[in-house]
Design a protein around this ligand. Sequence first.
Ligand SMILES: Nc1ncnc2c1ncn2[C@@H]1O[C@H](COP(=O)(O)OP(=O)(O)O)[C@@H](O)[C@H]1O
Ligand SMILES: [Mg+2]
Length: 258
Amino acid sequence: MSEFIRICDVEKYYGQSNAVTKAVNRVSFTVNQGEFIGIMGASGSGKSTLLNMISTIDTVTAGHIYFEETDITEMNDDQLSDFRMNNLGFVFQDFNLLDTLTMEENITLAMSLHKEWSGKKNEIGKRCTEMMKTLGIEEIAGKFPYQVSGGQKQRCACARALVNDPKLILADEPTGALDSKSSRMLLDTFQKMNDQLHATILMVTHDAFSASYCKRILFLKDGEIFHEMIRGTKSRKEFLGEILDVLSLTGGDTSDVE
Ligand SMILES: Nc1ncnc2c1ncn2[C@@H]1O[C@H](COP(=O)(O)OP(=O)(O)O)[C@@H](O)[C@H]1O
Ligand SMILES: [Mg+2]
C-alpha cells in the first residue's frame, strides 16, 4: 500500500488569546490507499474539526496536509473547489439530500456538476442506475426524500458520494441518525466500497459498533490522538470487544448520542 495522505502537526484553535479552544492539537498520521480508518472519541474531542480540515471544508490554524504529495493547506479557493470535486466524496449524518429532487436526481445532480460527465446524458443515467443497484435503492429512484426511510436516504447519499469515483470518502457520523438495521446495511455498504471498489474511507464515529468495521482506528481526546488500534486478522466481533475495552479503560463516553 502506498502513502496517500499525510497529516503533519495539524492544529485548529478557536477563540482569542485568553480563551482559546484547542479543538485539534498537533495531530499527525498517514493514510494509505485502500484503508478504512475510523476516528473515535467522545463528543467535543475534535473529530469533526479534524475531518473538516482534511476535507478542506475548514482551514488549519497550523500544520500541513499532503494529498498525493500536494499540500492542500496551500491551495486557493478555485484550486480547493476543483480538488474537492475531483477527489472527495462526502457522507454526512443528516444526509444533506435536496428535498425537491428525487433520489435519482440527487445523484445525477452531483454528476452534472462534474466535467467528466458533461454532455453525456445517457452515460449519466446508466451510471446512476448502476450505482443505485449496487446500493439497493433502484426501486425508489423516483421517490422524494420525505417518502423514504433514513437508511434509504443515507444509501442515496452514499451513491451520490461514490458516483464520481472519488479517491477518498469522508463520512462524519454516517450512522448517527440511523436505526441499528439501517446502520448495519450502511456499514456493509462501506465495507463493500472498501473491499470491492478499493475506496479509501475516513469515518468519524463515536459508536463502537460502527468503528468495528474499520481496519484501523485512531482515538482522539482533547484534540490529540492518544491511541491507535489495528484490526489485522481479527474478526469484527473480536475487534468490537477490544474497542469496547479501550473505551471503558479510557472512560470513553459513547453514550452521548444515538
Ligand atoms: N466553529 C467553532 N467555534 C468555536 N469552537 C468550536 C467550533 N467548532 C468546534 N468547536 C469546539 O472545538 C471542539 C471540538 O469540536 P468538534 O470537532 O465538533 O468535536 P466532535 O466532532 O468530536 O464532537 C469542541 O470543544 C467544540 O466546542
Ligand atoms: Mg462531530
